[in-house]
Ligand binder design. Structure first.
Ligand SMILES: Cc1ncc(COP(=O)(O)O)c(C=O)c1O
Length: 389
């Protein structure tokens, strides 16, 4: 850890040096095992070292790794076909991360607004949102603490409270091109939309002719118990962005759009590594594994089970305020600012999670997590809460 601090810029690291992983478990360099309910920050859909990923990486690495997007490759075509045929979108742009996927979506909105809405370029985003750390995605992120050190940020973003469609309607002007929302605000604390909010936003965007972008970087690929988060609210956005779980740990981002919004032409946007055959072969293997093992339904079921088990703790412990979430994207909120203290004790007892803020823990285990592992995690948490009394 000292060597890391000497040579790497600050991230606020978790004090454990992890060497290897298997399934929902990781081991540190001293051989201590941990149950991993952080899952690479909602990334490791298939857990650690899953045979499907090991096989796809080895096979594709020995075949073809990178060609650039000046050439066609089969893994890229096949992954695009899979995503399009399993969603309501027509075309895909591949990149390497969530922020990049959102950058592409924001550029689509700008170009579409220029062409279709008389030069409109502004994007409405929500307070408490998180869309990434590049300058444009930070400009769309509704968290003043993240934004402040980097002001002035790129112009063109307006903010409204989440779950308030009237505020959104009031914020629309002639210059508005689109709206970007996470269907569930994840980094902001795992806040769900109220029952009709997303449908009302969809109707507003239709009425005003605005591009609706859903940032599903965290909620996509089965995390919330449906393949895409939007499916739970019976509507479809015009553009959806993915990253995190798509490659189960192998970096890849994707921006999916419906035909009228696929406005990139030659030279408009590109990424040297984006959609390289290695990343696409892995992401395709991950999607096939999720489908063939029915892991989306499994995530829904295990998410319900984890929520119920946490809810039992809330009922019997006045320090716990509530459990929030969908599928395997779950927050546990305390009344007081004890989340970081709890997190440290969980780590000592071999459970990795993370704190979204001083009062809130986040649990995002791999989609393959078992009932026995959920029981083990809840028992560790219960023991820590007893220790803290
Ligand atoms: C909803 C959402 N969008 C975008 C991002 C940024 O993704 P990345 O860190 O891969 O750039 C994140 C990361 O946590 C996220 O949760």
């Amino acid at each position: 850890m000292e060597r890391a601090d000497r040579t790497m810029m600050y991230f606020g690291r978790y004090p454990a040096v992890i060497e290897r992983g298997q399934g929902c478990r990781v081991w540190d360099v001293d051989g201590k095992p941990y149950l991993d309910f952080l899952g690479g920050l909602a990334v490791d859909s298939l857990g650690h070292a899953p045979p499907a990923v090991v096989d796809a990486v080895s096979r594709q690495a020995a075949t073809l790794v990178q060609t650039s997007n000046l050439l066609y490759t089969l893994p890229q075509i096949e992954l695009a076909e899979f995503l399009v045929s399993h969603s309501g979108f027509d075309k895909v742009f591949f990149s390497n991360s969530g922020a990049e996927a959102n950058e592409a979506a924001l550029k689509l909105a700008r170009k579409w607004g220029k062409r279709e809405r008389n030069g409109a370029y502004r994007i409405i985003a929500a307070d408490r949102s998180f869309h990434g750390r590049t300058l444009a995605t930070l400009a769309a992120t509704g968290n003043p603490a993240y934004r402040e050190p980097f002001q002035p940020l790129p112009d063109g973003f307006d903010f409204v409270p989440f779950n308030d469609v009237d505020a959104l309607a009031d914020a629309v002007t002639e210059q508005t091109a689109g709206v970007i929302l996470e269907p569930i605000q994840a980094e902001g604390g795992i806040h769900l939309p109220s029952e009709h909010y997303l449908a009302d936003v969809r109707a507003l965007c239709d009425e005003k002719r605005l591009m609706l972008i859903f940032d599903e970087v965290q909620t996509g690929v089965g995390r919330t118990g449906t393949l895409w988060g939007y499916q739970q609210w019976g509507i479809e956005p015009d553009v959806m962005t993915l990253a995190k779980g798509l490659g189960s740990g192998f970096p890849i981002g994707a921006t999916l759009a419906k035909e009228p919004f696929c406005v990139f032409g030659p030279g408009d946007h590109a990424s040297t590594f984006g959609g390289n055959p290695l990343a696409c072969a892995v992401a395709l293997a991950v999607q096939r594994e999720i489908e063939s093992k029915d892991l989306v339904a499994h995530a829904a079921e295990l998410g319900r089970y984890l929520s119920e088990r946490l809810q039992e703790l809330v009922l019997h412990d006045a320090r716990l305020k509530e459990v929030r979430g969908r599928g395997l994207l779950i927050a546990l909120e305390f009344h007081d600012e004890i989340a970081r203290q709890v997190l440290d004790l969980l780590r000592d007892r071999g459970l990795i999670a993370n704190a979204l803020n001083a009062r809130t823990l986040r649990f995002v285990p791999p989609l393959i997590v078992t009932r026995a592992e959920v029981d083990e995690a809840v028992e560790i948490l219960a023991a820590v809460l007893t220790e803290l009394r």
